[in-house]
Design a protein around this ligand. Structure first.
Ligand code: 2Q2
Length: 323
C-alpha cells in the first residue's frame, strides 16, 4: 500500500513538471502605458507570440501594460540598465537629448495619414530612427500611426483665448510645455498613469490625447468635452535596448525584426478599424465634441514651435512639410 502511495506521489510530481522542460534562452520585458483594450497591447501580444513561434521558444517576451514596468521616463532608463528591454515611446524621447525625435509629434507638422506614412516610413523617418539609435542606444523596431491628439476638459473651449489659467496635463515633453504655455494654458508634465486620478481630483483641468487613450483610460468619465483641436498627428516607436538586441545571435535578431514588421502591420489594421469605433464609443458615453477655431490654434502653436526649435529641428520640419 505504501508503494502504491509512493508511485501516485511520483506520478503527481511528474505531472507538475513543464512538458517541454525547455527554458527560453532570452526573456524580454516589453512595457507600455496603455491598457489591455488598446491596440498597442494587442500588437505587443502579437509580437510576443510571433517571437515565440519563430524562435522555437528560445525567446520569451513578457508584456506589461499600464505602466506596470514604470512611468515612461523611468522605463527609458530601464532600457539602459536592463530592467526593461522593449517599450513604446515617442515624443518623450525629446528629453533624452534627442532633438530630432520630437519631429514624430510636432504640432501641426503632419497633414494627414498619407503624409504621415510617407514621412515615418520614408527616408526622413529613417533619419529620425538612426538618430535615436546612435545617440541613445534605443533601437526603433517598429512605428505605429496614432490618432490626432485632442484637448479634453470640463468646459467647452473654442479659441486659445479661453485657455487662460487652465492647468493642462501634458506628457514630459518640453515642446508641449512651450506650445501650451504660448497658447495661454498652464501645462504640467505628468506620467500618463496619473492622469485619471489627477482629473478626478481636479488637480488638473484637462489633458490632450488621441481618442484611443481617452477611451481606454476611461478619461471620458471625468471629462465632459472633447475639443477637436487635432493639434498633433503623430506616430510612436517601439524601441528595444540596442545592447540587448546585440546580445542576440544573428538568427534571433532576424526573428525580432520579422516579428516587429508583423506587429507594425497588425497594429495598423487595428488602428484603422478602431479610430471610428472609439469616437462612437465616446459619443455614446455622452462626451460632447466641440469644433474649434483651428486656425487660431494652428497659428499660435506654429509660432511657439518655431521659437522653441533649434536650426536642425527647423530644417527637419521644413523637409517634412515638403514631403
Ligand atoms: O499622453 C501620453 O502620455 C501619451 O499619449 C504620450 O503621447 C506618449 O506616451 C509619449 O509620451 C510618447 O513618448
Amino acid at each position: 500500500c505504501f508503494q502504491v502511495f509512493l508511485l501516485a506521489f511520483a506520478l503527481q510530481l511528474a505531472a507538475c513538471q513543464p512538458r517541454e522542460g525547455k527554458k527560453p534562452e532570452f526573456v524580454l520585458r516589453f512595457g507600455h502605458l496603455a491598457n489591455r483594450e488598446h491596440g498597442w497591447h494587442k500588437a505587443s501580444l502579437k509580437f510576443a507570440e510571433e517571437v515565440k513561434t519563430r524562435s522555437n521558444g528560445r525567446i520569451e517576451v513578457n508584456v506589461y501594460p499600464n505602466e506596470q514596468l514604470g512611468k515612461e521616463m523611468d522605463v527609458l532608463t530601464g532600457l539602459l540598465v536592463g530592467s526593461a528591454d522593449i517599450m513604446i515611446t515617442g515624443e518623450s524621447l525629446q528629453s533624452w537629448s534627442l532633438p530630432k525625435s520630437i519631429l514624430c509629434a510636432t504640432p501641426f507638422a503632419i497633414r494627414d495619414s498619407d503624409h504621415l506614412k510617407k514621412v515615418a516610413g520614408g527616408p526622413l523617418g529613417k533619419e529620425i530612427e538612426q538618430h535615436i539609435l546612435d545617440i541613445a542606444g534605443f533601437r526603433p523596431i517598429a512605428w505605429f500611426e496614432r490618432g490626432a491628439r485632442n484637448l479634453t476638459a470640463n468646459r467647452p473651449i473654442r479659441h486659445p483665448d479661453e485657455l487662460q489659467g487652465m492647468i493642462l496635463r501634458v506628457p514630459a515633453v518640453s515642446l508641449y510645455v512651450d506650445t501650451w504655455s504660448a497658447l495661454g494654458a498652464k501645462p504640467t508634465p505628468m506620467a500618463f498613469s496619473e492622469v485619471f486620478t489627477a482629473l478626478q481630483q481636479s488637480t488638473i483641468h484637462g489633458q490632450e490625447n488621441p481618442f484611443a487613450l481617452i477611451k481606454d483610460a476611461g478619461l471620458y468619465e471625468v471629462q465632459k468635452y472633447c475639443m477637436l483641436t487635432e493639434h498633433v498627428k503623430s506616430w510612436a516607436y517601439v524601441v528595444m535596448s540596442d545592447k540587448k538586441y546585440r546580445m542576440l545571435p544573428p538568427d534571433l535578431q532576424e526573428v525580432i525584426d520579422t516579428a516587429a514588421g508583423i506587429m507594425q502591420e497588425y497594429e495598423h489594421e487595428l488602428f484603422l478599424i478602431q479610430e471610428k469605433k472609439d469616437y462612437q464609443f465616446l459619443v455614446n458615453k455622452g462626451m460632447e465634441f466641440i469644433e474649434v477655431d483651428k486656425q487660431a490654434f494652428q497659428e499660435a502653436a506654429t509660432k511657439a514651435v518655431v521659437n522653441s526649435f533649434n536650426e536642425d529641428q527647423i530644417d527637419l520640419l521644413k523637409r517634412i512639410q515638403e514631403v
